[in-house]
Design a protein around this ligand. Structure first.
Ligand SMILES: NC(=O)c1ccc[n+]([C@@H]2O[C@H](COP(=O)([O-])OP(=O)(O)OC[C@H]3O[C@@H](n4cnc5c(N)ncnc54)[C@H](OP(=O)(O)O)[C@@H]3O)[C@@H](O)[C@H]2O)c1
Length: 375
């Protein structure tokens, strides 16, 4: 697929029998290429029937649309015709419509950084200005012309907030939840890696909207934090669950409306199995699949069709158009104390590698920040 590609899942004939290999799309492709996958049933679109019908009639009249039919006769031919569908015996059916319509060794690693200008050859930036951008993991970085760089004004909140709750983690949570999932008050929301930088904010936004929210995380300490301090309705330790599918049934007896996916793998499979009809999945990340050891998600494609589930990958950078809205609302929530900030701060350049590896082991609680100097 190209970037922003769309997949309409009409059917999955190769998976209808238990012998068929189940689809296991590359979830990293889905995130980075912001691919949408959506199952549907024709019956959902009776509202466009008139439009479809008159346009198709016109195409047939002008000969722009050709019909390919494969007709057999007699009731007795029905079973073999049906079995033949799975062997590819048919050519066309009643009507077929063709619509036009890893890091290099020795290379410095980049990350989101807040720094102070030491010297500048660009008139827009002066010595001692505070800037936010993507720099290397180092005490001093050379920022090339054309790099993403934003000047920060002094603020009532710690600078680290601009890397997390008021930065791209916050925007990921806000845009992925509100813009992609279009949640409604009272809907049932599930968030994975809920003790991480993005997940904890998704759960808090969902609670502020009036949703029922359940998060999963990898330690009891995180579970307690989600329930007691961040207001999640429920939380559970996924490492203690033998069967995630069963765990989700316990917390969502009537099913999930919105799943905010940070981990992929079997959590995504279990969530899809428990989604309600017209459920929405925002795929923010698939941390369990980043290393080759992780099991790749293989959600049940039949569920996606029959429950008309939408699964959509995204990058926060796609939603710069809602940045102002996100920023001002989040600032208000922080000022009133309705939104809490969870940070996990270590200091010194030497702590960066272990902090990074720790993200994959669940060492961090909330946004992992490395401090190289005082604010
Ligand atoms: N699309 C975007 O624009 C965008 C932006 C930011 C981040 N992301 C992605 O969003 C996801 C969350 O990011 P974040 O910054 O919130 O995370 P984070 O703060 O870096 O925390 C990651 C958490 O993921 C959990 N985890 C690690 N390995 C896991 C596994 N194998 N299975 C289940 N959980 C695992 C760990 O918590 P536990 O204790 O719960 O295991 C860990 O603390 C990541 O996948 C990240 O790559 C995407």
């Amino acid at each position: 697929m190209r970037i922003f590609g769309r997949v309409a899942v009409c059917g999955v004939i190769s998976e209808y029998s238990s012998a068929g290999r189940k689809a296991s799309p590359n979830m990293l492709d889905i995130v980075y290429k912001r691919i949408s996958i959506r199952g549907f049933l024709a019956a959902d679109f009776l509202n466009v029937f008139e439009d479809f019908f008159s346009k198709t009639l016109d195409y047939l009249r002008t000969g722009e649309l050709k019909t390919i039919e494969d007709i057999s006769s007699g009731v007795e031919s029905i079973p073999s015709a049906f079995v033949g569908l799975f062997k590819g015996d048919n050519i066309g059916k009643k009507v077929i419509i063709f619509v036009r319509f890893c890091f290099d060794t020795f290379q410095a690693i980049d990350g989101a950084v807040i720094g102070k200008v030491v010297a500048s050859g660009n008139a827009k930036f002066q010595k001692d200005d505070l800037v936010l951008g993507v720099f290397t993991w180092a005490q001093y970085s050379l920022v090339k012309e054309g790099s993403i760089l934003r000047k920060l004004e002094s603020s009532e909140f710690p600078l680290s907030y601009y890397l997390g709750v008021l930065g791209f983690n916050g925007l990921s949570a806000y845009a992925g939840f509100f813009e992609l999932c279009k949640p409604l008050k009272g809907e049932k929301v599930f968030v994975s890696a809920a003790g991480g930088a993005v997940g904890n904010l998704v759960g808090q936004y969902a609670k502020l909207l009036g949703c029922y929210v359940v998060g999963c995380a990898g330690t009891q300490k995180k579970v307690e934090l989600l329930k007691k301090e961040l207001g999640f309705d429920e939380a559970f330790n996924y490492k203690e669950e033998k069967d995630l599918n069963y765990a989700l049934k316990r917390y969502f007896p009537d099913g999930i409306d919105v799943y905010f996916d940070n981990v992929g793998g079997e959590t995504l499979e279990a969530a899809v199995a428990n989604m309600r009809i017209f459920g929405r999945v925002a795929v923010c990340g698939v941390i369990s699949e980043y290393s080759s050891a992780g099991r790749k998600a293989s959600p049940n494609m039949l569920d996606i069709v029959y429950k008309r589930i939408s699964i959509r990958g995204f990058l926060a950078a796609d939603f710069l158009n809602v940045f102002e809205d996100f920023f001002s609302k989040t600032l208000d929530y922080l000022r009133t104390g309705e939104l809490k900030t969870i940070e996990d701060i270590s200091s010194g350049v030497e702590s960066i590698p272990s902090a990074f590896v720790g993200l994959f082991k669940g060492d961090n609680i909330g946004k992992k920040v490395i401090s190289l100097a005082e604010d």
